[in-house]
Design a protein around this ligand. Structure first.
Ligand SMILES: [Zn+2]
Length: 249
């Protein structure tokens, strides 16, 4: 009995020590998102638990909308949609270009074609990707801003592309978006199809934004994965249980 009590005491002490170390580490790095229990804030730097918290928004549309509102992202709520028994969404938003949000910590990149419709958790992750990954990478590699992102859309009632896969794509619930390229403020065009390979600043930029996406999305697939992704980055918020393995290829 005494031995059992000592074991329990030891385990409690160990758990406390781990929690304290986490808090200390998060505070040292200045990243509240390094802690599993802090509420998600899209304006905070990316931490160890940001990706998991973004994916978990799939289960809470009101919380996701509140985060977009708080971060100043302009969007409109889409009516729920159902196509057959495998496709549709109940947490869709449409990105809105808002001329009033021309400065500060708000969405400034235009997604072309305009009016991108996607699930709220993917919109939230895209906003964080833009602020924390895409713009800093453009600044590092080109000394310029990204003015627009060319996309291939989100919602599409279909199965997974390539590699003989047969499951339903995250596109069938609008929980995915395909990114084809970027245009800089100085007019430079960068596309996944043309610029992924080689020893160029454009290739380095594309690999950096792919790697950064891996910290925010449950799945990130690039041309490194298979020929079906030769011309785009596939980013999605697939839910894979509470521990949830993440794919970064
Ligand atoms: Zn895709």
């Amino acid at each position: 009995m005494r031995a059992l009590r000592r074991t329990i005491g030891g385990l409690t002490g160990l758990a406390l020590l781990v929690a304290l170390s986490l808090v200390l580490w998060a505070n040292l790095r200045g990243r509240p998102e390094d802690l599993p229990w802090t509420p998600l804030d899209l304006g905070q730097p990316i931490g160890a638990f940001t990706g998991g918290k973004l994916t978990a928004l799939t289960r809470d549309f009101p919380a996701c909308r509140a985060l977009l509102d708080q971060a100043g992202v302009s969007y409109a709520v889409l009516p729920p949609r159902r196509d057959g028994d495998r496709c549709g969404y109940a947490n869709g938003v449409r990105l809105v270009e808002d001329p009033r949000t021309a400065d500060g910590n708000v969405r400034r990149i235009a997604f072309i074609p305009a009016g991108l419709r996607l699930s709220c958790p993917v919109a939230a992750a895209l906003a964080m990707w833009e602020w924390n990954v895409v713009q800093p990478a453009a600044q590092r590699h080109f000394g310029a801003q990204v003015a627009r992102i060319d996309h291939l859309g989100s919602y599409s009632c279909r199965r997974i592309l390539g590699s003989g896969a047969t499951g339903w794509s995250e596109h069938s619930t609008a929980d995915a978006v395909d990114i084809a390229g970027f245009r800089l403020s100085n007019g430079t065009r960068i596309t996944i199809a043309r610029d992924w390979r080689g020893d160029t600043a454009k290739a380095a930029f594309l690999h950096d934004v792919r790697d950064g996406a891996c910290t925010l999305f449950a799945t990130t697939l690039s041309p490194d994965y298979n020929p079906a992704h030769a011309d785009h980055l596939h980013l999605d918020q697939a839910e894979r249980g509470s521990i949830g393995w993440r794919a970064c290829r």
